[in-house]
Each structure stands twice: as C-alpha cells, then as structure tokens.
Design a protein around this ligand. Sequence first.
Ligand SMILES: Cc1cc2nc3c(=O)[nH]c(=O)nc-3n(C[C@H](O)[C@H](O)[C@H](O)COP(=O)(O)O)c2cc1C
Length: 187
Amino acid sequence: MSESYAHLKGKRVVLGVSGSIAAYKAADICSQLVKWEVDVHVVMTSEATKIIAPITLQTMSRNSVSTDMWEVEEKWEPGHIDLADSAELLLIAPATAHTLAKFAHGLAPDLLSNIYLATLAPVMIAPAMNGKMLDHPVTQQNIATLKQRGHSFIEPDIGMLACGYEGKGKLASVEIICQAVSEHFKS
Ligand SMILES: Cc1cc2nc3c(=O)[nH]c(=O)nc-3n(C[C@H](O)[C@H](O)[C@H](O)COP(=O)(O)O)c2cc1C
C-alpha cells in the first residue's frame, strides 16, 4: 500500500538554502514537498544564489523566494518577521559550516539567520560540507550546541564529495530529507 502524505497538505515550511555546492538539490526538495502539497517558502543566503538561481527555486516552490533582508516590500512589516511567525517548520537544506556557526552563536547578518532567531517553529538541519570541515572541532561543537537547543539533524551521508574527497559530509538524499519532514508532521 502506498504511503499517504495528506497530513502535509498546506503545512508551511520555510526552506533555508545556504551556500553549499549541494544547494542545487534544494530544487528537488521543493519539487517533492510541493507534490505533497506542502506550502514551501524558500529563503536563500547570498552565497546560495551563486550556486542556484532564485528563479529555479521560485518556480519549483511556486512561491516567491526571499534573499535580501533590505528589500522594500509592499507590506509594512519586514518579510523575515512574517516568515518567522508563520513557519510551521524551518528546514535548512543544505546547511553550510558557516550557517551552522551563525545559528550556534546567534549571529544575524542575513535574512536566513534573522528568521532563525525570530521563529518559534521547530528547526531541522541537513548539513553538507567537506569531511574535514565537518570533523573540525568548531563545527562539531556548533552541531552539539544546536542539538542541545533541541534542533533535529539529518545526518550527512558518506560518499564522494564535490571537493574530490571520499568521506562523510554529502547532503542526505532528497528522499531522506523529505521523509524526515513527513515524519515530523506526523508526530
Ligand atoms: C563552489 C563552492 C562550494 C561550496 N560548498 C560548500 C559546502 O558544501 N559546504 C560548506 O560548508 N561550504 C561550502 N562552500 C563555502 C561557503 O559557500 C562559504 O563558507 C559561505 O560563506 C557560506 O555562506 P552561507 O552559510 O551564508 O551561505 C562552498 C564554496 C564554493 C565556492
């Protein structure tokens, strides 16, 4: 019997995309979640926009994509507060070492990190990076801090990394990430 995803209909997921080479996979994450009728709103760091064009994620998510904290909007309230308040889940996929550090230390230089600080929604993080960056004590410490804060992690895979090394650090598969979202809303 095929699994039902009806529980996901209309759920508002803010998908934060940071500047990992795996950012292009966010298009497939959007595509799968939209098929399940999730209301996906993408927020990209400026580094992410160098790897995948916002228009791609806008088309795949069927919602406008936010990249700039300083953009003047039609509504008076800052967009990041609206997204932070309305999110039912903040999913960061892929999460770079830099984004993990920003979140762990409460730094807020960009739209995504401001949303992170302003939201009360549960946070789910799928890291992706070079294996040595992942193993670095400061990255491991940042991950431990974020886990202690109650955020859930989707562990990176072992495999051939974009940097040419084999090891742990590959973004978990789109299927595993989307299933984690589905399980989150079931519980
Ligand atoms: C081609 C390319 C690929 C990169 N891939 C990764 C990656 O997979 N993981 C990572 O942590 N950083 C990666 N970086 C470095 C980040 O882009 C850099 O640390 C940046 O400051 C991240 O900013 P952000 O977290 O605000 O998006 C990559 C850089 C380049 C040029």
